[in-house]
Design a protein. Structure first.
Length: 398
């Protein structure tokens, strides 16, 4: 690790969490879980998994661990935080699709979003690929067979023209598809009509409107699911291992979705991910241990006795216990070591192992759910202070 990277790590650890790309380096314990998760990434099959742990026990950390590991293994990954209050509702598959697009990440590429993904796909499709034909040549019936979502084909084909305004429009459309239900004409004009010099699409405009081709929320969000499948398909076609979606804060569906019919719809979407037919990639969901019980309560309170609770109970889950003191100490040792890199000092010379252990024990014994995070920030704080003293007393300096 170079100085700049180490500096970035320490800055992030001051707030209690390791930075992106260094999650694995700052991961301790969880040997079984990690071994098992790595195995899951090795098979190409789709699957869904609930990661269960209490607040502060490392769900987000583990999801980000999976993200790093998956990117390294050549998957496209989208990390999505469910939040009904800011427009990421799990009953609304159009919002979920949009969030997946916004957070899309690609191996060895800075940044995230649709732009990264489409550019990667276009760069890596070989000319012999039938998708390449579909987006570069005139429209034929067969082209619709390749994509499950006609909107995805239209978007990728228009993207491929390299017209910058068109790209902005496509980003805005996929990031906020619900805003475009009343702008079908504009989408037709900008993405098809005006681009006739690049490709020809003989279908008249009314056909697009009649068939709801620009619409992501009709017929049970049919096209939102189809577009998710296409993202996975495009990832595979461009040489990646597929698309993995990580859903954090999944409890949100019980806490922030106020209407029972919305909650039920959200549970059905969860089942669909488990069933794997609607989306063939891998998905992970972070929930607290009482998730099942809370769901049951929420539905019971609203008198939904006929809902199949057993289905919720049967979902494959992974329970994680909190980190032990030994593991937290191991983490503290890593922080100690990294702290020396950007500031050119020798923290282990000033802070002895015994002292560090004491510090960890003090912080980690606090009866607070976020004790790991609290310990991390404390360790960095003490190191920062010791470094200041060291600097003050350094001989021969100005
Ligand atoms: N296996 C682990 N190794 C190192 N640090 C971890 C591990 N699991 C969690 N942490 C740290 O513990 C703190 C709480 O974890 P977090 O993932 O935010 O919990 P949750 O999402 O379950 O509330 C964070 O500072 C995180 O970096
Ligand atoms: Mg979390």
């Amino acid at each position: 690790m170079n100085k700049r990277e180490a500096q970035r790590c320490i800055e992030s650890l001051r707030k209690g969490i390791p930075p992106d790309k260094f999650i694995r380096l700052f991961t301790v314990g969880r040997k079984n879980e990690i071994g098992d998760l790595k195995m899951r990434l090795e098979t190409g099959e789709g699957a869904a998994l609930l990661l269960k742990a209490n607040y502060g026990s490392g769900k987000t950390h583990l999801l980000k661990f999976i993200k790093e590991e998956a990117l390294e293994r050549g998957y496209a990954v989208s990390y999505v935080v469910i939040d009904a209050n800011s427009g990421v509702r799990f009953n609304r598959m159009d919002q979920i699709f949009a969030a997946v697009c916004r957070n899309m990440e690609i191996p060895n590429t800075e940044g995230k979003g649709l732009r990264c993904f489409f550019e990667f796909v276009i760069k890596n499709l070989t000319e012999s690929h039938q998708i390449y034909d579909a987006i570069t040549q005139d429209w034929h019936w067969e082209h619709d067979e390749i994509f499950d979502s006609p909107a995805m084909m239209i978007a990728l084909r228009a993207w491929n023209t390299n017209v910058e305004e068109v790209r902005y429009l496509i980003e805005d459309w996929f990031y906020n598809p619900w805003n475009y239900n009343s702008q079908r004409k504009r989408l037709y004009t900008e993405l098809i009509g005006r681009l006739q010099s690049y490709f020809r699409d003989q279908r008249p405009d009314w056909k697009f409107y009649n068939e709801g081709i620009f619409n992501f929320n009709s017929k049970g969000y049919e096209q939102s699911w189809a577009a998710l499948r296409d993202l996975h398909m495009l990832a595979l076609a461009s040489g990646l291992e597929g698309l993995i979606i990580l859903f954090d804060e999944f409890e949100d569906v019980i806490i922030n979705l106020k209407r029972v019919d919305y909650q039920e719809a959200a549970f059905w979407n969860l089942f669909k991910f488990y069933r794997g037919k609607e989306f063939p990639g891998k998905t992970f969901f972070a929930v607290t241990p009482d998730f099942y019980e809370k769901c049951r309560q929420a539905l019971m309170n609203k008198k939904r006795y006929d809902f199949d609770y057993e289905m919720l109970k049967r979902l494959p889950t992974y329970e994680m216990s909190p980190l032990g003191i030994e593991e937290i100490e191991e983490l503290a040792m890593k922080i100690l070591f990294i702290h020396g890199i950007p500031y050119d000092w020798e923290p282990d010379y000033v802070m002895k192992a015994k002292q560090l252990r004491h510090l960890v024990e003090m912080a980690a014994s606090k009866p607070r759910p976020d004790r790991v995070r609290y310990t991390i920030t404390n360790v960095v704080k003490v190191l920062d202070r010791l470094f200041e003293d060291w600097n003050e007393n350094a001989p021969g300096e100005l």
